[in-house]
Design a protein around this ligand. Sequence first.
Ligand SMILES: [Zn+2]
Length: 160
Amino acid sequence: MADRLTLEQRRLNMSRIRAKNTAPEWTVRRLLHSRGFRYQLHRADLPGKPDIVLPRFRTAVFVHGCFWHGHACSLFRTPATRTEFWLAKIALNRQRDATAVSLLKELGWRSLLIWECALKGRGRLPESQLAQKVTAFLNSDAMFDEIAEKRISPTAEEIL
Ligand SMILES: [Zn+2]
């Protein structure tokens, strides 16, 4: 059966698989846990199925891979082959992300995006700084924020 899938279809299927429990996600979980924040994982009943949810803070945390979610940062490379296919796919992901954030907001949930580049690569933040940013958001009234690598931090408008 699988053999009958064309290469094209197989690529498409693979790209639909949403990565769960990725290394960046573990980093964020460890950080939250070590600071006494309690969370739930992959709440399917919330828009966008957030990676991490902190019910006490009514906050959804998304740990976004910079390629898949089209982040303009040092980790992003425009694919050299099948460029249009990937860019269309990434554009769709971005649209989906924006929809999730706005639906969550309507439900009174806050969203925090943590980009992969804040966790790995040359622009990554020291853990203490990351923790400080996360804690500051949780203790604020902000409905939305994002944490990215040191150099570039796109505005919320660019994301939404
Ligand atoms: Zn990034």
